[in-house]
Design a protein around this ligand. Structure first.
Ligand code: HEC
Ligand code: HEC
Ligand code: HEC
Length: 133
């Protein structure tokens, strides 16, 4: 009897640990978005996208993943139509940046476009400095 009680207690503890582990993995799915901004450099250098800011607007992962964006930085940049025309047509960032859900893509250029200087600043390089390619 004693032994049986010990075993079921042990099983209970193990199950508890498994539950904790599983719920941690699931919480990670919900919260583990990139903490640093993603910087696009193609076709122009450079455009900033900040997960933190967008999540704080109340957007969930589903509103961007996997449509219009894959969960892999650099994917959109592979597409030839990753440009302003597509945004104006409601693709990519233009899904929301259409003047209704968020400021329109044909306004406030410099909120998205941080330019070469902004890029260098974020990458910790001195302006006009000696870049290594
Ligand atoms: C407003 C849009 C938006 C929302 C909301 C959003 N993401 Fe993203 N996410 C992006 C964009 C844009 C990229 C870059 C895609 C690309 O380069 O093609 C990206 C990329 C990623 C990447 C890949 C990073 C890398 O370095 O490869 C991960 C992981 C990710 N997102 C997780 C999440 C999670 C988790 C959530 C929800 C908590 C979330 N995202 C919400 C737009 C969004
Ligand atoms: C799912 C909707 C959605 C998508 C997709 C989206 N945004 Fe946003 N974005 C918002 C909302 C909502 C705001 C805040 C409202 C506003 O500023 O009009 C915002 C604000 C911003 C801001 C202003 C940040 C600030 O500091 O004021 C920038 C910059 C920005 N987005 C860039 C991007 C870029 C670049 C992309 C595409 C890679 C993108 N967003 C895709 C919804 C979106
Ligand atoms: C909501 C974010 C956002 C806003 C606002 C925005 N852009 Fe863009 N822009 C992008 C993204 C994303 C790309 C593609 C990625 C890259 O080139 O780094 C891009 C690319 C471009 C390009 C190169 C591709 C092309 O279409 O020729 C030009 C030029 C450009 N933008 C000009 C502008 C001007 C001018 C404005 C203001 C009238 C503006 N953008 C406003 C996000 C934005």
């Amino acid at each position: 009897m004693l032994r049986k009680g010990f075993l079921s207690a042990l099983i209970g503890i193990l199950a508890g640990f498994m539950f904790l582990a599983v719920s941690q993995v699931m919480a990670q799915d919900d919260e583990d978005y990139p903490q640093e901004p993603i910087i696009f450099t193609k076709p122009v250098k450079a455009v900033i996208f900040d997960h933190k800011y967008h999540i704080e607007q109340g957007l969930d992962c589903d509103s961007c993943h996997d449509d219009p964006f894959e969960m892999a930085a650099g994917t959109a940049e592979e597409n030839e139509d990753f440009n302003m025309k597509a945004l104006y047509q409601g693709k990519y960032c233009g899904t929301c940046h259409d003047g209704e859900s968020a400021f329109a893509s044909n306004t406030r250029c410099t909120l998205c476009h941080i330019g070469v200087k902004g890029y260098n600043r974020l990458m910790g390089k001195s302006e006009g400095g000696h870049e290594h390619h």
